[in-house]
Design a protein around this ligand. Sequence first.
Ligand code: SF4
Length: 307
Amino acid sequence: MPKPAKVKVKVKAKAKAKAEEAVTVEEDATVEANAAKPAKPAKSAKPTKPAKPESRLAMVRRARRMNRELDEVYPYAHPELDFENPFELLVATVLSAQTTDLRVNQTTPALFAKYPTPEDMAAADPEELEQMIRPTGFFRAKARSLIGLSAALRDNFGGEVPGRLQDLVTLPGVGRKTANVVLGNAFGVAGLTVDTHFGRLVRRWKWTENEDPEKIEADIAAIFPKTEWTMLSHRIIFHGRRVCHSRKPACGACPIAHLCPSYGEGETDPEKAKKLLKYEMGGYPGQRLKPPPGYPGEPAPPLGAAG
Ligand code: SF4
C-alpha cells in the first residue's frame, strides 16, 4: 500500500532543495552582476542611502566562491617549506617565525644533514646550532626552542613527532599555528594556518573582523567544511604572498578582484599592478629549493647564489 505521508514529506523536501538552489543562483548572480556593473555617476548631491550590509548567508556564499576561484588560480598551492618528514617540517616551521620561507629553505639543507633526528639535534652544541640558523634571525631563541623540542621528542615521544595538537603544543617554541602546519602537512589532519597573510586577507575580504588568531580560526572554521581547511590555508597564503601584499596589494592584477570588497585598497592600474606580482605570478623563482611536481615556477636558488 502506498504511504501518502512519506510522499508528501519527499515532495516538500524537493521543493525546499529547489528553493535553496534558487537562492544560491540568485545570490551568485547578484554578486556577478554587481561586479560587472560599472559604478553609476551620482544623479544629485543628495545623500544616498548607505549600501545594504551583506547578509551572513551572502558572505558565506561569496567566501566559498572565492575559495573555488583561488583553487583555479593556484591548483598547485602547497606548503612553501622544504621538508621530507614531520621532524624536518616541525624544525622548518619553528625557524620560519619572523622570516621568509625562502630564507628557511636556504638554511635547512645543511641543518638537516648535520642533525637528521631529534636525538642529534637535542645533543647539538648550542653555539654551533645558533651559527647554522643565524640567517633566519632570532637565532638564539630559535636554537633554544629546537634543542628543547628535540629533547622533549626524545624523552616524551620516543623520538617521533606526535600527530595530536594537544601533544604538539607542549613542545618548546610550538604554538597552535606551528602545530596546525605540522598536522595539516605531515599528518593529513585538517587545520587552518592563521599567519599574518591569512589574517590580513580574511579581514580584507570581510570574512571576519577579528584580529586575534584563535578567533579568526573559529570564524573561518564556521564558513568552510573541515575538508577544505588545509588547502584553503595554502591558497590564502599563496595569494597574500603573490598578489594581496600587506602594503601594496596588486588589485589591478588580482584574479579575484570581482569578489573582493576591498578592491582599490592597492594599485588598480593593471600595468602597474602587474609589476607588483611576486614569485611565479611575476615570473620569478619560488620559495622552495625543491618545489613539488606541478609547480609552474622556477625552484629557489640555494643560499648565497645570485638572484
Ligand atoms: S582586489 Fe586587492 S585587496 Fe582584494 S584580494 Fe585582490 S589584491 Fe587583495
